[in-house]
Design a protein around this ligand. Structure first.
Ligand SMILES: NC(=O)c1ccc[n+]([C@@H]2O[C@H](COP(=O)([O-])OP(=O)(O)OC[C@H]3O[C@@H](n4cnc5c(N)ncnc54)[C@H](OP(=O)(O)O)[C@@H]3O)[C@@H](O)[C@H]2O)c1
Length: 235
């Protein structure tokens, strides 16, 4: 949902765009919407599953060839998953780790090599404030996001001399199906607002961005709570 909103904000008339996801009918709906509202020169759709690791290099090379260049990649795949089930189910833990981290890291390795050789590009990935500190209620999801954040930090350092910018977008609560039924309603941002802020951040920024901004300060407090107190808070 967040990526969809950001894409609608980002695309300009004349752009060449690839939309990739695992739901074919949703992809064609978004592509039609984009064509009507933003008038891009080209929109292609591709089925994509982060768990198909072996296919990622061929997938990115084919898109690169079809579009002619890779200027911006925005990645927003992820599942929150069932954190309780994942304590005792290997398939459940694998799905959370693969969808939020492993599959994105393998995909980006091909993207990074192409952008490094063209000496330009922007890599932007939706991570989460959950990656800033492991909490007992969602440390599996949080650790995947933390891994993603660390991967992007290293990638940003590696690509710093090549003109490629790497943006880690650490999101707080955003009102999408991912957190339907959960608490924290007063802290929730709308996906439309977040989509607009992501696109604004693509212009010029590199590094870690918190959205909405106040999460930077909430997490500053949270990461400094001593372990003994943090444990008793049962977060
Ligand atoms: N909403 C929040 O409060 C929040 C907070 C922090 C971070 N984030 C992060 O923001 C990103 C976007 O989340 P959202 O809120 O927009 O939720 P969403 O609407 O559920 O979007 C997640 C997207 O990831 C896709 N996906 C999941 N596993 C995949 C896989 N193995 N291969 C390909 N696609 C896969 C889903 O595809 P299907 O439709 O096929 O399932 C869905 O399109 C996620 O990375 C999420 O972790 C969200």
């Amino acid at each position: 949902m967040i990526c969809r909103q950001a894409t609608l904000e980002m695309v300009r008339p004349g752009d060449r765009v690839c939309l990739a996801a695992r739901n074919a009918s949703e992809l064609s709906r978004i592509a039609s919407d984009l064509q009507i509202r933003r008038k891009p020169e080209l929109v292609i759709t591709r089925l994509f599953d982060t768990n198909d690791f072996g296919d990622h290099q061929r997938f990115i090379e084919e898109i690169h060839q079809t579009l002619g260049a890779l200027d911006i990649i925005l990645v927003g795949t992820g599942v929150l998953g069932d954190q309780i089930a994942a304590r005792s189910s290997i398939p459940a833990i694998r799905e959370i780790l693969n969808s939020n981290f492993v599959g994105i890291a393998t995909l980006l390795s091909s993207v990074a090599n192409i952008m490094e050789s063209q000496r330009s590009g922007i890599i932007a990935v939706l991570s989460s404030v959950a990656g800033d500190r492991g909490r007992q209620s969602n440390y599996i999801y949080g650790s995947a996001k933390s891994g993603m954040t660390a991967y992007l930090s290293g990638l940003r350092n590696r690509l710093s001399d090549s003109g490629v910018r790497v943006l880690t977008i650490k999101l707080g609560f955003v009102d999408t199906r991912m957190i339907a039924g959960m608490g924290g309603a007063f802290l929730r941002a709308s996906p439309y607002y977040i989509g607009r802020r992501i696109v604004a951040k693509l212009d010029g920024e590199s590094g870690n961005v918190y959205l909405p901004w106040f999460w930077r300060y909430i997490m500053l407090v949270i990461v400094h709570i001593p372990e003994g107190i943090f444990r008793r808070l049962k977060l």
